[in-house]
Design a protein around this ligand. Structure first.
Ligand SMILES: [Zn+2]
Length: 42
């Protein structure tokens, strides 16, 4: 049984929501330093 909401994902980076980068307000993006751009944490 799977739900669409993934609130408790232990392998995805919570800093960037597993995207690997941040969307900057001024435009562009910056690589997440928490997961090194991978979107996952160990
Ligand atoms: Zn990250």
């Amino acid at each position: 049984m799977k739900t669409s909401s993934a609130q408790h994902s232990d392998s995805s980076c919570t800093f960037c929501s597993g995207k690997g980068y941040f969307q900057l307000l001024l435009g562009g993006s910056e690589t997440c330093s928490n997961c090194q751009g991978t979107g996952k944490v160990r």
